[in-house]
Design a protein around this ligand. Sequence first.
Ligand SMILES: [Cu+2]
Length: 165
Amino acid sequence: MLKKTFVVAVAFAATAATVVVVVAALAVTSVTISTAAIGVDLSYLDDDDDDDGMADAKEHMTESEPVAPADVVMPTKVSRPGCEKTDRCYIPSMVTVEKGRTVTWINEDSAFHSVTSGLYDAPTELFDSGYLDPSEAFSYTFTEYGVYDYHCTLHPWMEAQVTVK
Ligand SMILES: [Cu+2]
């Protein structure tokens, strides 16, 4: 009787151990499957094909930058009065640069504009881009400290300023 009980106990223990092993094996399998599933999902999400670790969105932004980056933009529709009310005839209308720095303007409007030193009523001879075609850029290097007003010779409301410090 005692021996039979012992055999049953051993058999039970062996069965229990098997169940534990099977459960453990299933757990390991399910973890492996989960990881594989995540791996598949990630590979679909990651369409970055050059493996440099840069986000694709950032790379696309870099690609869309203009060939000649401008510090100041003449935006669309500034050939009509109105931009002066929101100070957006040149954007930004006030820039501050270090001495020796070159500032670049680009005409993003469909009309001609200029970048001419001084105010419309009181121009100076420091710089004058002449008429800038649409998409045309103009650069000037500021070699002296000061506050420089500039304007468009075609549109008196277009005035802005560069500060060199
Ligand atoms: Cu203009």
